[in-house]
Design a binder for this molecule. Sequence first.
Ligand SMILES: C[S@@+](CC[C@H](N)C(=O)[O-])C[C@H]1O[C@@H](n2cnc3c(N)ncnc32)[C@H](O)[C@@H]1O
Length: 224
Amino acid sequence: MTGRDNVLWLQLWRDRRTDFHQQTANQLLTRFWPSLDLAKGSRVFVPLCGKSLDMIWLAKQGHEVIGVELSPIAVRAFFRENRLKPVRRQVGNFTLWKHGRLSILCGDYFSLTGDDLGQVDTVYDRAALTALPEDIREPYIAHLRRIVADTAKVFLLTTEDAEEKDSPSQAFGVAEEIKTLYSEGYEIDLAHVESVFEINPELPGNPPERTEYKVYRLSSRAAG
Ligand SMILES: C[S@@+](CC[C@H](N)C(=O)[O-])C[C@H]1O[C@@H](n2cnc3c(N)ncnc32)[C@H](O)[C@@H]1O
């Protein structure tokens, strides 16, 4: 299988339509990551990493970071914009770019194998699961579970439209989709919810909409 929207993503990077990219490390990452209490040197996998500065922050915490990203434009920009000079080599169907504790495998997530990836202690997902079309999210998680050991934790940040929420009594409940997709294999801990009123950039004349930024900590049931 390959990502269904690969052509679209490659084009977005060519056209520099990358609004999802954040100019600083994500604040929910820097605030809640320490609660995982991970050992320095533990290895963090960042699927669909783009050129995220979160990887720089994670490496500064002492982690080995391994991202996977489809677009070579994104990977080149990541190293160039951070003034890093990576070495490159072929790993399976991927080009591995590496500098110090930072590595990115350039290619399609869905063709990544456990051997390509190596050991992973924690998965960091921001705008990866939720960037995929809904019908691809289940295969994305199924694939994650094939290539990452059962013992790995998942730290997941999501952006959710609060207007779509089921009922007020579930205001701080786990979003239905995350529950459906992850609950079979993982214990789900919703660590934080932040509600923000924002203008939808696609509908600038409309009143602000409530958006929820959520932090999930998932640990595999198989890890015991
Ligand atoms: C919404 S962006 C998020 C990037 C990053 N996580 C961040 O926080 O800035 C999604 C990224 O996934 C990449 N991508 C999409 N499908 C992919 C696939 N099948 N394999 C690898 N990367 C993919 C896109 O090129 C894009 O850079």
